[in-house]
Design a protein around this ligand. Structure first.
Ligand code: GAP
Length: 439
């Protein structure tokens, strides 16, 4: 029987599952934690790496003219003046005159403190760039920032990429990397953190083609997200009315069923803002010369900038299901931390254990596979369902040939989503799992 769950319950259940099974741990937990920071545990890092690998492969292998970089987190501080973040990357804040708690003005209605009822101040701008200091001698240190958005290094490397590749406009540079924001109200688990990861594509095009490429990338990115979500009908677009300082047009791809915020990725038409500003502040000419026509221009940029951690969270919310007392993570098999789990039917029968070990060692050469010999098979299925393992493989007495030659060297393969079981020859297992999980 399927249980309906309220959305807030769902968030609590996913947070609890993440901690219990080693997907995500609160940052610095033994010291009481640190708001807005999280660590990914053994299963979380596998899921996150699978997710990033899919994105990278899709960007760089399924599209011509896209190359990747991995830029530094700390850049020359002038970068953030040129980008406009020093001046405009801020949130309006209000402070309670009585308890001194601070709130994002956008989150508050009225002029009373939600915590103690005290009078709130007028909104003041609060810059959310995260500062750091370089150098060794106190008083002589240089102030700079951890990058507030990962994409800036792509603009800094744009000329180097052009000079070292054979790319011609239109082309893209992509990157997955950390960004840092001193968020006023971090919260809602991975949704709003102070340290998080972004995946960005910056697409450089002729100004006359900006609209065409904006539409193309908007649809293309939605197509990709739909291919990895369990319930693609939960994805939608949201048009921005209020635009960031660099944007001329913007849409979000949203996870519409989210119990917290919905934004997952921003598709922005950034015009020539970034390259023009970096040209002006660095004194370097960042214009592009068309080798065929000789035309010289500053390319326009269409950006797709998504949150890896938000996608991770939304994928878990989307995949979480309950059937009776059974919890199932119906994750896309290509994302699942383990592609399969191998069990000997009984842990105290050496022949079963030996055969199961053989299979486990064989499969492990190609993919991430779990081993479990605790409790009974039913309990092991439940434990694997909860972490999204698409297939469970059981070695039983038939495998050893006790019921005749036909079933010898075959195993039971049980499907996570349908709970159906089929017999498969050990020699076909590797190919079967590769075909069904992407390896
Ligand atoms: N380069 C453009 C840019 O950074 P953004 O809309 O500010 O645009 C892009 O950020 C994506 O980064 C968001 O859609 C969201 O998924 C993710 N993101 C932004 N702030 C975040 C935060 N505090 N915690 C987790 N993810 C965040």
């Amino acid at each position: 029987m399927k249980k309906e769950h309220k959305n807030t319950d769902l968030m609590e259940k996913v947070v609890s599952l993440c901690k219990r099974r080693g997907f995500v741990f609160p940052g610095s937990e033994i010291y009481g934690g640190l708001q807005g920071f999280y660590d990914f545990g053994p299963l979380g890092v596998e899921l996150k790496n699978n997710l990033k690998r899919l994105w990278w492969r899709w960007m760089t292998k399924e599209h011509e003219n896209i190359v990747g970089i991995d830029g530094a987190i700390i850049t020359n501080p002038k970068v953030w003046e040129a980008s406009g973040h020093v001046k405009s990357f801020s949130d309006p804040l209000v402070e309670c005159k009585k308890c001194h708690h601070r709130f994002k003005a956008d989150d508050i209605t009225g002029d009373k403190c939600p915590d103690c009822g005290g009078q709130l101040t007028e909104p003041k701008e609060f810059n959310i760039l995260m500062q750091t200091h370089l150098g060794v001698i106190e008083g002589e240190k240089t102030d700079t920032y951890l990058r507030g958005e990962a994409c800036q290094t792509i603009y800094l490397d744009y000329k180097n990429v052009l000079n070292t590749t054979r790319l011609k406009i239109p082309f893209g540079i992509c990157q997955i990397g950390k960004a840092f924001r001193n968020e006023v109200t971090p919260g809602n688990f991975l949704f709003r953190q102070r340290e998080f990861e972004q995946w960005d594509l910056q697409w450089f095009c002729h100004p006359s083609e900006t609209e065409k490429w904006f539409e193309y990338w908007k649809e293309e990115r939605m197509r990709w997200y739909k291919s990895i979500f369990t319930r693609p009908e939960n994805l939608g677009f949201h048009k921005h009315e209020k635009l960031a300082h660099y944007a001329k047009q913007a849409f979000d791809i949203e996870y519409t069923a989210s119990p917290v915020g919905k934004e997952m990725e921003g598709i922005h038409s950034r015009g020539d803002w970034d390259l023009s500003r970096h040209s002006e502040f660095s004194g370097q000419d960042l214009s592009y010369v068309d080798s065929e026509t000789g035309e010289k221009f500053i390319p326009n940029i269409v950006e797709t900038s998504g949150g890896v951690d938000r996608t991770f969270l939304f994928l878990l919310l989307d995949a979480y299901a309950e059937e009776g007392d059974r919890v199932i993570l119906k994750l896309h098999p290509g994302l699942a931390p383990y592609k399969a789990a191998v069990f000997p039917l009984l842990a105290n029968k050496p022949q079963l254990v030996e055969k199961a070990r053989e299979i486990y060692d064989l499969l492990r050469k190609d993919m991430n596979v779990a081993w479990d010999d605790r409790g009974n098979v039913g309990k092991r299925y439940y434990a694997q369902d909860e972490i999204g393992t698409p297939y469970c493989i059981t070695v039983d007495f038939d495998t050893l040939g006790e019921k005749g030659e036909d079933a010898k060297d075959t195993v039971t393969v049980r499907d996570r989503d349908t709970a159906k079981q089929e017999r498969i020859a050990i020699s076909d297992l590797g190919a079967y799992l590769k075909e069904h999980t992407g390896g």
